[in-house]
Design a protein around this ligand. Structure first.
Ligand code: UDP
Length: 411
């Protein structure tokens, strides 16, 4: 089944403050050429995770540029999500991949229903990630152009999972990856494009929060603002290694006994593993009053995430694989230093000394964070350089320009 998400219409003009007037002018120009085109973004969840975050900003801004843009979300049954989560894990490198017949049936049946509800109604359909990918094959060829936009880290994909998925994405007009390293060999052809996601500097998650408000928000979550705070913001997902974060925090506590840890994680509609991981974390941290676990189910929304990203001494992103990791740019935008895994899309966003540190070896996590905690002035300078990098390369206006150029090129 398909549900449409109601979104606002956002004026692009205020973004000139960050992106410059010239970029806003370019957006208006390309959008002018595309006026009248009916565009659909299709994904699997309206909340939780990076794709929902992106669409919540892209769709209103594209509409504000005068485009006719809709956002549709697949709503399915548990066997569908069981398969798509396993597919996601295998595409990120899980060694095993199996498909049960009832799961495959659910995957195809839901996508057939989606195809029936969109057929003939749009000129461009942008399909995000593997969940809605098969819909394309159930729509008879017409004038519409279909784009498959994959956000996951495909640098070490499982062959069986790719073979399973690739049959469903063959007949697209364009394939968009975050970076060239993610493009599977058989997909390298004239239809391939690469551009990275980006953050919205005016969204509630990223706007500048007055310091006092940020403090009040994190105090409300039980944090002592006079003691150091380490935070990870991520879905509860094994690729984000939340248990590893707790291990690093415990190691750091030996030198920084007042250190506090916040683990903020959202639950997504299409992620059946989140609750199990959440429960494991809650069991693991029981009795430690200095670890704060928050979710979108107990009041952690965009503003709270903003406050934690703004007010933490250091943010950690302990990813093992990472398609992009919007949280890295979100954090860097606030000038907060971040220690993150040297994996997937993360090195696009920060470099050693520019936004924080990249870590490749397990034994380096605590040392890097300790360094930043112990040198607050330098940590501040490193954070500032990260903000500049985000301003240059990872603001939503750049992403919209890439996307509109893609549409203009294939329509
Ligand atoms: N997020 C959130 N609340 C949370 C945890 C995450 O709003 O408790 C948001 C986070 O701010 C970011 C997105 O979810 O915008 C996660 O995107 P990212 O690209 O980092 O990872 P993904 O979930 O797509 O793997």
């Amino acid at each position: 089944m398909l549900r449409f998400v109601d979104t606002a219409v956002q004026d692009a003009e205020p973004y000139a403050e960050f992106a410059g007037e010239a970029q806003i002018e370019r957006l208006r120009e390309i959008a002018g050429e595309l006026r009248g085109l009916r565009v659909l973004h299709l994904n699997a969840t309206p909340y939780g995770g990076g794709v929902a975050e992106l669409l919540n900003s892209i769709v209103p801004l594209e509409r504000g540029l005068g485009l006719d843009v809709a956002w549709g979300v697949i709503v399915a049954e548990p066997p569908f999500y069981a398969l798509t989560k396993r597919l996601h894990n295998a595409l990120q490198g899980d060694p095993t991949f199996e498909v049960a017949p009832e799961e495959q049936a659910a995957y195809l049946q839901h996508n057939r229903a989606v195809a029936e509800s969109v057929a003939g109604q749009f000129d461009v359909v942008i399909v995000h990630d593997p969940q809605p990918a098969p819909a394309r094959q159930f729509v008879a060829p017409d004038h519409a152009k279909w784009v498959w936009r994959v956000h996951i880290d495909l640098s070490a994909y499982n062959r069986a999972a790719w073979d399973f998925l690739s049959q469903h994405v063959e007949n697209y007009d364009a394939h968009v990856f975050t970076m060239p390293q993610f493009v599977p060999e058989p997909m390298r052809d004239g239809r391939t494009r690469c551009f990275a996601p980006a953050i919205d500097p005016l969204s509630p998650k990223n706007l500048v929060l007055p310091g006092e408000i940020a403090e009040r928000l994190i105090r409300w979550m039980g944090v002592h603002i006079d003691r150091p705070l380490l935070t990870q913001v991520s879905r509860f997902d094994r690729w984000k290694d939340p248990i590893g974060v707790i291990r690093v925090y415990r190691e750091l506590r030996q030198k920084h006994p007042g250190l506090q840890l916040a683990l903020l994680g959202s639950m997504a509609l299409d992620d059946p593993e989140g609750w199990n991981i959440y429960e494991t974390i809650v069991r693991d941290v029981e009795g430690d009053q200095d670890i704060h676990v928050g979710t979108n189910f107990n009041g952690v929304g965009n503003i709270e995430v903003n406050a934690f990203q703004s007010r933490s001494d250091v943010v950690i992103q302990k990813s093992i694989r990472e398609g992009f990791g919007l949280v890295v740019s979100e954090t860097a935008w606030k000038g907060t230093p971040i220690v993150a895994g040297h994996t997937g899309g993360i090195p696009l966003q920060i470099a050693d000394g520019e936004g924080g540190f990249l870590v490749s070896r397990e034994e380096d996590w605590a040392a890097r964070i300790d360094y930043l905690l112990s040198h607050p002035e330098e940590a501040r300078r490193i954070g500032e350089r990260g903000r500049e990098r985000v301003r240059r390369d990872f603001l939503i206006t750049r992403l919209i320009e890439d996307e509109l150029r893609l549409i203009a090129g294939i329509r």
